[in-house]
Every structure is written in C-alpha cells, then in structure tokens.
Design a binder for this molecule. Structure first.
Ligand code: ISL
Ligand code: CA
Length: 550
C-alpha cells in the first residue's frame, strides 16, 4: 500500500470549548488553543483535529452550524483562526477541521428562508413531509430521543432532524446543496487546512420512502434506515472528484451504521471516497439492548476480536483509524481500564494499544493524562443536550431517577467534556473563572503540570510511545496477528514486516497472569508500563510490554 503522511501521523483531538480559555469568560477559545500549541507539539503528534469552531447557536456545542465560513463568537474571529493555522503549520503539524454537513443549524439563513413558505427557493435544501392527522409523518426516533420530525407553522408540515430539532437535515438530493458544501470545503482548503473529519457522513443519503421502522433494535435502524442510503457512494465519489482529489489532504468519515460488511465501500483506496472512517463496533460494546443507558460489562474477548476483524478486513485495501475515546463517549480509562486502583497502569496500557495497532491513532485531549469520568451529583451540572434529553425522556417514562443518575455518571458525553486539567490551580488552570461546565474535582491529582516532569507519568509514557511508533514503521505498516484470541485477560498480538517483528503483550485484568510468549527466537523487551519492568512471563495487573525480536 502507498505510504503517506496521514497513515504515519498521530492525531490529537481538541474540543475547543473545554481546552483552554484565554479571555476568562469560562469558555475555551482559539487563542487558548494557540497558547497550547507547544504543549501539543511536545507530545510528538502530527495532526490536530479541531471540533467545530464555526458560527453556531451551540445547541449541540458547534455541531449545529449557522455560518460555515465564520467563527463562533465565543471562540474568536477569523484572524484568530488564521493565527491558529499559522501556528500549527509553523510547528510542522497539520490541522483537520470538522465538517458538519448532514445538517445545519435551524438558525442558518438557508433554513430561516426554507421554513418561510413552500415556494421559498431554499425549501429543497431540507426535507419536508406533510402529515394529515397531526402526528409526525413516521415513527422515527432521533439520536437524542424524541421524534425526528418537527412541525413548522408557516408551511404546515414537518421537517426532518435526525439529531435535535435545531439541527435540520440537509437535502443532498438537491445538487445545489451539494455544491454549497463543496464550496465550503474549498473555502477552507484554500485557506490551507489539511483535511476534514466528516460528521455523521454515513447519514447524508436518505431513503426517500420514509417508511416507519421496527423500533426493536436502534442499532439496526441506524444501519438500515438512517445510514448507508442509496446514493451515499455517489455523493462521496462526487465530492472526491470535485474537491478532495484536488488537494493533498486527508479525510476521516464518522460513520454510525458503518460495519465490517460495508466499510470497504467507504475506504477501499480504489473507490476514491474517504481515506478512513470511524466505526463504533468497540465503542458500543457496553450497550445493552436498551442502548447506551442500558450498559452491560464489556466483553474483552469481543473487544480483541473487533480490532482483529477490522484489521483483517481492511488490510491491503483501505486504512483504519484507531481510537478509544472522543468527545461523545465516557473517558477511555474509566471505560476500558481501571480508573481507581490501576489508574496509571491501565491508562498507559490503553495508550500502548492506541499506538501499536495498524491504523492512524487518535488521541483525545486529556486522555494523555488519564483524565477520568466525572460524577456530578445534580443533573443541573450536566450541559450536554443528549444527556439532558435522555434525562427528560427517562423522567417521562417514570424511571427511577436516582438510578438513572448513576447511568449518567458512566455514560454521559460530558464525561469527556470537562475542562482540560492543566494544573492544580483553581479550575485546573483552564480559566480564572467558573468554567461553562464544572471541572472534574480530581484535577488536583491529574494534571499536566504534575505529570510534565515526572518521567513515570502517563503523559511521558504517551510521548515515549509516540516516539517509539515513529522510530519503528513496522508498528505503522506491519502486519497484525492476534494470538490466544480467546484469553479473557491477555491481549497479545504480533506486528511484523520483512525486517522486524514485535510482540505486544497486555494484561487487561486486575490480576497477575503468567503467559508463555509465542514463537521462537529471542524477544527483547523494549517498552514497559511498570517502573521495574522485566522480561519475565509474569504479567502484573494492567501490565503492558512491547518486545522486539532479535
Ligand atoms: O454520541 C453518540 C453516542 O453517545 C453517538 O451516537 C453520536 O451521536 C453519533 O456518533 C454522531 O456524533 C456526531 O454527530 C452529532 C454530534 O452531537 C456529535 O458530537 C458528533 O460527534 C450530531 O452532529
Ligand atoms: Ca474564552
């Protein structure tokens, strides 16, 4: 396969609202981000993905865009963006923007116009459906609960919104809409941005019959009704031909409903659509039949199998992305590790996974410190629209709300959105004033300042792992094979090419485990996440070791 910068790069994801506040209004902003570029660079990463910064009324923290060519008031102005872009490029890094093109804000002028009358020239920018009997046209449920249809007085019909009612879905059937989006992409590429993460791009082609769905299994509804519509690949190929192919950029499509069976349709290199996608097989692994607020313990054998199957499926044909957390999920160390007794060990073990599988690694802000979930004791302290809508729905269904609060503690997207913990100072050094969302009280123990100069810190382990990956391209391009795939505690895999062979041994349990290292020849220990690491076959709780064959 071709070697390129976006396969070799390590991505750092920034959620600007929670990263660094420069003007002390409690909200992270572009100047704040600029002031921390040296820190990001010091990690050794190559690419910064910045979550949406466009003009937005912030119903969904920027995933509701009211002007795609302007900057959100709270974040600054276009000059701040230009400085950010310059600062990133000056340090030899690249910037990935977030393209939110499945829907706009209802405050975008397109929608403001469209909703005025049935004859408005912008009407066909969105989806409208009549419903004679005063109930929504279909039984579709939005991603955040409640109907996907909202009644519009002026036109006496309903518009479609797969997310909140302030996020009406754009009608990609309309060639003018597609042209608008391509022009927006060009606008940012011409400024010099290096690529896009494309929000829910798997949803842009709709099944125009708008049939009722069988509500039993929400994951299946997404896969077969909301995502992967009949014209999706036509649109992506058109976008590629019209814009993407004309620049040296990268794309990663976010993909609810993308699975092993259809992933290659999106990312096979010869199809000329996207460079890679984010699938959610491992991220929904703890969802019970009732979805994310019906969690079940995650099955480690399945966790390993998902990574193995995806590597097998894409190898030689497309490229993978590797992530264990982002702004939409609880913190990876709280989810997949042990965030109390083995906090540092398990955070480092998870970093080892992120940085030693085949695929571009994505590190979410704060995970390099082992930032954990938060448990606010009042729902009023939560800010996320998804959390609040789910809370309201649970209340209406008469659920036990004390119990539901514990579910919010483990499942809320706000777990990932508490302010970045820079220091032990008030508000974690994020701001001088009370931030828009409360700081996780553990900022006094978990923060950049305290880890910066500690060679054994999680932060410095990330730096070491990123460097090690770069020095050993076998860890980037080499083949992958899981061994002992049915072992419930150990995750062991080999990575190799013509020249080198590595063995990664990870004890993902709270217990001591003894293992036989597979294969013949000498294994030399190169990386370990315990202070006194040794070659022995005894693996301590959450111990991670990387061996190289000599
Ligand atoms: O958040 C989720 C689970 O908790 C996902 O189902 C998520 O809603 C889905 O992956 C889409 O996410 C993206 O689009 C949303 C936005 O709210 C998310 O922040 C974004 O990552 C709508 O734009
Ligand atoms: Ca600010």
């Amino acid at each position: 396969m071709n070697r390129t910068w976006w396969k070799e790069g390590v991505v750092y994801q920034v959620y600007p609202r929670s990263f660094k506040d420069s003007n002390n209004d409690g909200i992270g902003d572009l100047q704040g981000l600029v002031s921390k570029l040296d820190y990001i660079k010091s990690l050794g990463v190559d690419i910064i993905w910045v979550c949406p910064i466009y003009k937005s009324p912030n119903d969904d923290n920027g995933y509701d865009v009211s002007d795609y060519r302007d900057i959100m008031d709270e974040f600054g102005v276009m000059q701040d963006f230009d400085r950010l872009l310059e600062g990133i490029h000056a340090r030899g890094m690249r910037i990935l923007m977030d393209l939110v093109a499945n829907h706009s804000s209802d405050e975008h002028t397109w929608f403001q116009e469209a909703r005025k009358s049935k004859h408005n020239p912008y009407r066909d920018y969105y989806f409208w459906k009549p419903s004679p009997n005063g109930t929504p046209p279909t039984n579709w449920q939005s991603f955040f609960g409640g109907s996907t249809w909202e009644f519009n007085e002026a036109t006496q019909d309903y518009y479609l919104h797969l997310f909140t009612k302030k996020q009406p879905d754009l009608n990609w059937e309309n060639p003018q809409v597609r042209k608008e989006i391509y022009d927006i992409i060009k606008f940012w590429f011409d400024k010099g941005v290096d690529g896009f993460r494309m929000d829910v791009i798997s949803l842009i082609s709709k099944r125009l019959e708008f049939n009722d769905v069988d509500t039993a299994n929400y994951a299946k509804i997404i896969e077969n009704q909301y995502a992967n519509g009949p014209r999706i690949h036509e649109y992506l190929q058109e976008m590629n031909a019209e814009v993407l192919s004309k620049y040296d950029i990268m794309t990663v499509g976010e993909g609810p409903g993308i699975h092993l069976g259809n992933a290659l349709d999106y990312v096979a290199e010869d199809r000329r659509e996207l460079n890679m996608i984010f699938h959610f097989d491992h991220m929904f692994i703890d969802n019970g039949p009732g979805g994310k607020y019906d969690p079940i313990p995650y099955d480690r054998v399945r966790f390993k199998r998902i990574f193995s199957e995806w590597d097998e499926k894409l190898k030689g044909r497309g490229w993978n992305s590797i992530f264990l957390g982002n702004h939409d999920f609880s913190r990876m160390v709280s989810r997949f590790g042990n965030d109390s007794r083995y906090h540092a060990q398990s955070a480092k073990l998870l970093a080892t996974i992120l940085l030693s599988l085949r695929g571009t690694p994505y590190i979410y802000q704060g995970d390099e410190l082992g930032m954990t979930n938060v448990a606010f004791d009042r729902i009023e302290d939560y800010q996320d629209v998804e959390t609040l809508q789910s809370w309201k729905a649970a209340e209406e269904e008469g659920k036990d709300m004390e119990h539901f609060l514990t579910l919010v503690h483990s499942q809320s997207r706000d777990n990932a959105r508490t302010p970045m913990q820079w220091s032990g100072d008030e508000h974690g050094g994020f701001s001088n004033v009370e931030p828009w969302i409360k700081t996780n009280p553990n900022y006094q123990q978990i923060n950049v300042a305290s880890q910066e100069n500690d060679p054994g810190s999680i932060l410095n382990y990330y730096r070491q792992m990123i460097r090690y990956r770069k020095e050993n391209p076998t860890l980037i391009y080499g083949d992958y094979q899981c061994v002992m795939e049915n072992d419930p505690n150990m995750y062991i895999y080999e990575r190799w090419d013509d020249q080198h062979r590595f063995l990664i041994a990870l004890n993902m349990s709270d217990h001591d485990v003894t293992v036989e290292l597979p294969g013949d020849g000498e294994w030399d220990l190169r990386i370990g996440n315990y202070k006194e690491t040794n070659k022995s076959n005894a693996m301590r709780p959450w111990e991670a070791k990387i061996f190289k064959q000599v």
